[in-house]
Design a protein around this ligand. Structure first.
Ligand SMILES: Cc1cc2nc3c(=O)[nH]c(=O)nc-3n(C[C@H](O)[C@H](O)[C@H](O)COP(=O)(O)O)c2cc1C
Length: 213
């Protein structure tokens, strides 16, 4: 039987452009620049990232989420607080994020401390969502076992009756904010001498240095 991964063996991205450039000393400025480069390059879902968490017994796990806002130096996403990731963040708030931009051959790694946002931030975002998403936030006991899809659609039908008008934000749903302690910007180069630039948070700002690729 042929190996479905054969086609990827020895395949290298042939990068379209060289992407060296002066990096500003504020990692948030670099982050926003790279984000808009990704957007301009028509990267699919430029705001999607992998969130890495670790359980109380040290098992790591990952999943994709959407970055929704950057507020006061905090990277914000929204989810169910009772989910697997919610439980793991409660046990260990040290998390990691990974953004991957294949068309522009870039990767951004972030490490930081994750806490719940203010309720006002969660309320503002929740209230901006369509009704179906609001009902879904009540209906889905995210990460819990579900016997069958009917159980979920029945719950949705009940909630549609329970909340005929406004849907309030459930306590178990809201924002998390990640305060970065480290950023790493990786740029793929045609020369294969890829660049890695790290920013470590120090008392009065950021320490920037390069790493071997
Ligand atoms: C493109 C994409 C975007 C997603 N965005 C979110 C999100 O913003 N919030 C969320 O709770 N789940 C999102 N999910 C679902 C998560 O990957 C995950 O399945 C869910 O949050 C449960 O994770 P957990 O069991 O580890 O807590 C997204 C999935 C994909 C593929």
């Amino acid at each position: 039987m042929s190996n479905p991964l054969d086609q990827y063996r020895d395949s290298h991205h042939e990068f379209q452009h060289d992407i060296t450039g002066d990096l500003n000393k504020d990692p948030f400025v670099v982050f926003k620049e790279w984000f808009s480069i990704a957007h301009d390059a028509d990267e699919l879902e430029a705001n999607a990232f992998v969130l890495g968490t670790t359980s109380a017994d040290q098992q790591s796990s990952t999943r994709i989420l959407y970055l929704k806002e950057i507020l006061d130096g905090q990277l914000i996403f929204y989810t169910n607080y009772s989910s697997q990731k919610g439980r793991e963040i409660a046990a260990n708030p040290k998390v990691s994020m990974l953004f991957f931009y294949p068309k522009s051959s870039r990767q951004i790694r972030v490490e930081g401390i994750c806490t719940k946002t203010d309720k006002s931030v969660s309320d503002a975002y929740f209230n901006s969502r369509p009704r179906g998403s609001k009902i879904g936030a009540w209906a889905s006991q995210q990460s819990e076992e579900l016997s069958n899809m009917t159980e979920l659609t029945d719950r949705v039908a009940e909630l549609e009756l329970k909340f005929p008008n406004e849907v309030p934000r459930p306590e178990h749903w809201g924002g998390y904010q990640i305060q970065p302690t480290r950023f790493e910007f990786w740029m793929g180069k045609k020369s294969r001498l890829h660049e890695r630039i790290v920013f470590d948070r120090i008392d009065d700002g950021w320490k920037m240095y390069r790493k071997n690729p």
